[in-house]
Design a protein around this ligand. Structure first.
Ligand code: GRF
Length: 265
């Protein structure tokens, strides 16, 4: 069963927090980017190189339609809310056009309904496989003309069924300075390791666990007195500032993936 705005779907089994499972999808291929290929011909002058690169990129103003974002969330949705607020304030340059969730009763769904954002909820246990429900999600994304998928606490593995069509158009936020502490309980891992700086990372989604090219990071100081919960809360404060900013870069056509390097103009 797949439903929009269905209040009667029972709570999902709740047993799946799958962020730590290994993914089996192919990794994001290196981008042999013909659009930026001749940038290296402009030798010795970084400013000239940037100008050349910029001229090859589609700019936000070139678009006829508003940039449309789908947020995937399974939990509290505080990042989703930050994106919504930013959009309403006219700072995102994008419309939050869809919330996708595997948890019909979660707070993120509640927030979307309160804000009048279309919701697509599904019950994974009712499908034979991940691919089976992802095919349905893909149809919803296409119907909603989604330009960018923004994962914000979506607690499910994503397979190549979704990753491949949205290669370079799917991003995630993770509560550590990647590549340190991927997977579950990143704040707990940071505390256990005794690091003095952690933070948040926004990255492209590829075939691995929090392994995609890094778009932006924000540092958060860690003290020996910190608990994992305290650190997590401070990191999330930063996430809610960072994520809307990064999405606004995409909406303005300012982000270019070049192998593992990400250019922001
Ligand atoms: C965030 O900390 C994010 O880094 C992680 O999941 C959490 C989602 O929080 N991927 P919220 O649902 O946006 O409040």
């Amino acid at each position: 069963m797949s439903k929009h705005e269905n209040n009667n779907i029972p709570e999902q089994d709740g047993k799946l927090n799958e962020e730590n499972e290994p993914l089996t999808m192919p990794a994001l291929p290196a981008v042999a980017d013909s659009d930026v290929g001749d940038a290296t011909d402009v030798e010795g002058d970084p400013a000239a190189q940037l100008l050349e690169l910029e001229q090859t990129l589609p700019q936000g103003d070139d678009r006829n339609a508003p940039y449309r974002v789908a947020v995937f969330a399974s939990g509290s949705g505080s990042n989703f809310q930050a994106l919504l607020d930013s959009s309403k304030a006219g700072k995102l340059g994008a419309e939050v056009a869809l919330l996708v969730s595997d948890k019909p009763q979660c707070k993120a769904v509640e927030r979307a309904r309160a804000a009048g954002v279309p919701v697509f909820v599904f019950t994974p246990a009712e499908y034979e496989s991940r691919e089976a429900y992802e095919v349905i999600i893909l149809e919803e994304l296409k119907a909603a003309k989604i330009d960018l998928i923004v994962l914000a606490g979506y607690m499910r593995l994503i397979t190549s069924t979704l990753v491949e069509p949205y290669m370079g158009k799917m991003i995630n936020i993770h509560p550590s300075l990647l590549p340190s502490f991927p997977g579950k309980d990143a704040a707990g891992q940071a505390i256990a390791h005794g690091v003095r700086v952690s933070g948040a990372t926004v990255h492209f989604v590829d075939g691995g666990m929090d392994t995609g090219p890094i778009i932006a990071q924000r540092a958060v100081e860690v003290t020996p007195e910190d608990s994992a919960t305290e650190l997590q809360l401070r990191i999330q404060d930063q996430e809610r500032l960072l994520y809307p900013e990064v999405v606004s870069w995409f909406a303005a056509g300012r982000v270019k993936l070049d192998g593992r390097k990400v250019w922001v103009f």
